[in-house]
Write a protein of this length. Sequence first.
Length: 284
Amino acid sequence: DTSVASIHKRHTGKAKAPDYGITCRFNGRLHVKYTLVEASRFVRNNASVSLAKTTTTMRIDIITVVPELLDSPFNHSILKRAKEKGLLEIHLHNPRETTPYKQGQVDDYQFGGGAGMVMMPEPLAIVIDKLKEERTYDEVIFMTPDGVLFDQKTANRLSMKGNLIIICGHYKGIDDRIRQHYVTMEISVGDYVLSGGELGAAIVVDAVGRLLPGVLNDETSALFDSFQDGLLAPPVYTRPADFRGWKIPDILLCGDPKKVDQWRHEQSIKRTGERRPELLKGME
């Protein structure tokens, strides 16, 4: 059987080929689509498969009342490179600029009383409606402490989307009607509270942006990040091999890639067991 599904199953042991954005070609003919990380791993383990990158641009629109907080994270290092290569567009939208209320008002007191101001629905809805008139969005994400905890699997999945909206909450939060009628995904970056959703949004954009094909100089680097295989990354070393009498493990100088890979895998398991044992339980 030479169908895509059967070839995929023979190579991976999985019955259904995922429908992602990076194309793996079998003998120049058949293909399936993967995330960058899955495609790189698949090619690395199968000599008959080649990787064909697609050059598409991801667009992320972020709604925030303090856009200045995001100037630095998006204009340096890897995300700057992604933008310069035309692989990622990041647009910031301040609802104060389009609010129908006087003096740029975007928040008001809670119904029922209580401490803390709440972001009003209309200023947010105006921005979202305008964006949706211009293009289709795969997800409308709200950054909130009571959202689903952000992890590497979520980053991998989002990296294959085309257009995203991220809403940064502020004050006590946003009017729940926006969550009910606009938001499709709610994300938390941890069990703690920040002054607003901007720093959380920066984390999500960074984690997703570095996975876009063509962003990293060595795309297989993402394969060995912590959590890609449900494990923490192994220890890494660089020159000199002997620093103040502290020598690197001999195995790293053996010249045998298979032995090095095996050592790294063993170290990942060891480190995960010592520092995040709950991750190993999830793999059982």
